[in-house]
Design a binder for this molecule. Structure first.
Ligand code: HDL
Ligand code: ZN
Length: 421
């Protein structure tokens, strides 16, 4: 069907984006058969670390007193401070209300007890099906950390994720804290030595290979500080060069770098205590130029890094830019970053991931982002119509499917999982 005027363009783009099935390439969710490490319900939504950071700005409690509260008492406190005593205009607060609306609950009642009753009536498996359907998410890529004591036991017990959930091998402790990580490797039977020699290289590679065999990860991932540099005469520099890059190339999987996080600037806040810093691009530039047979995902945390990352992607086809990560996952920056990407990369990018830590967040993270991305696409397509270019609905469907689904599967070399065009 040819798009002939602005009104039909608006209607078509909104409908296509709204109905587009999604592959969510970075989340902190788990397959429901992994047990209660998969978080869901209103109290988990309200105690999301984004809201912990925000409530501590209003709370009359000390952080220590807050952490001593039960999960429900924390949720009650956050609800009172951020929703009742002050309007919930922040993105994370609004997200909770979008989730409630998505479930057909009534935010205007402000009845936390009625919301708790709704969730109490659900089982995990039922709820996963319901949320994935409401959010139109077909595939969820997890964040899987073999150094996490609880998750490691789940994998070692032989549990495999359900077919809609996929692993990503996350190796922050190995790359960012090798001094302590190597003690654990030795505990687990990997004979790494004090010095970085051939045996250490082989044993770290054996550790990674064992977990790649166990998890079948779609990619390997790490979050990196603003000071990230490569090449670098450091544990991280050596492990990336001698282990990560050869194994990823051999397995044909990307290495995902999430750059710009300053961990625990306020340790008392826990996960809410991380900060952001502008990173140098030289390390990413070097990797792309010197490892053309490796594929790299990259997302950056500082607003100031977004433009140079997009320009770098114009120079190197082995770089796939993805998502509006963490502190950039707000309308003001989703808008700016998506425009920057479309204007310099066209549709050869992955505009968003959810980073959801609570299952229900898939509803709001995708609802909010789809609304912004649709608005921008309407403007960009209208600019084309103004030149006399003609557009078919099927071309808009193709473009939107590429960005929300197919670009991911084609970049990792699993076209068979892409939507048929
Ligand atoms: O390192 C990461 O994957 C980040 O996404 C952190 O988990 C962060 O705490 C987060 O949840 N951001 O949304
Ligand atoms: Zn994350």
């Amino acid at each position: 069907m040819k798009i002939t005027n602005y009104d039909s363009l608006v209607e078509t783009v909104k409908e296509v984006v709204q109905n587009q099935r999604v592959t969510d390439m970075h989340t902190h969710l788990y397959s429901p058969n992994f047990g209660d490490i998969l978080l869901w319900d209103i109290d988990e939504l309200l105690t999301y670390h984004y809201l912990v950071a925000e409530v501590m700005r209003w709370s009359d409690l000390s952080v220590e007193e807050f952490w001593k509260l039960s999960k429900q008492e924390q949720a009650d406190h956050i609800w009172q401070k951020l929703f009742v005593e002050h309007s919930p205009v922040s993105e994370a607060c609004r997200g909770v209300l979008t989730c409630l609306k998505g479930f057909g609950l009534d935010p205007s009642t402000r009845s936390l007890e009625s919301y708790r009753e709704y969730f109490a009536s659900k089982t995990s498996e039922q709820h996963v099906d319901k949320v994935l359907e409401l959010a139109k998410v077909d595939h969820v890529v997890m964040t899987n950390d073999p150094f996490d004591d609880i998750e490691r036991e789940v994998w070692l017990s032989g549990v495999k994720p359900n077919e809609r959930f996929h692993a990503a091998l996350r190796i922050d402790p190995l790359l960012n804290d090798y001094t302590n990580a190597k003690k654990r490797l030795v505990e687990w039977g990997y004979k790494v030595e004090e010095e970085w020699n051939e045996q250490s290289v082989n044993e770290v590679k054996r550790f990674l290979s064992d977990w790649m065999d166990r998890m079948n990860p779609l990619y390997m991932a790490v979050s990196l500080p603003p000071s990230f540099a490569f090449p670098e005469d450091s544990d991280r520099g050596r492990i990336i060069k001698d282990c990560i890059l050869p194994l990823c190339e051999q397995a044909g999987i990307p290495f995902a770098m999430m750059i710009g996080v300053k961990k625990r600037v306020n340790p008392s806040l826990g996960d809410a205590g991380d900060y952001v810093g502008k990173a140098g691009m030289e390390g990413v530039e070097y990797l792309l130029a010197n490892y053309p047979n490796n594929k790299f995902f990259c997302t950056m945390l500082a607003r100031e890094n977004q433009h140079e990352l997009v320009v770098l992607a114009r120079k190197f086809r082995n770089l796939m830019v993805f998502g509006c990560w963490w502190f950039t996952n707000n309308p003001v920056l989703i808008n700016e970053m998506t425009r920057m990407r479309l204007e310099m990369l066209g549709t050869s990018m992955i505009p968003q991931h959810s980073d959801a830590r609570v299952l229900d967040q898939l509803i709001y993270k995708w609802d909010h982002s789809k609304e912004i991305i649709a608005t921008i696409l309407i403007e960009k397509y209208n600019d084309l119509l103004k030149t006399g270019w003609e557009l078919e609905r099927s071309e808009i469907e193709r473009d939107v499917a590429d960005m929300f689904y197919n670009n991911f599967w084609e970049f990792i070399g699993k076209k068979e999982l892409a939507l048929t065009k």
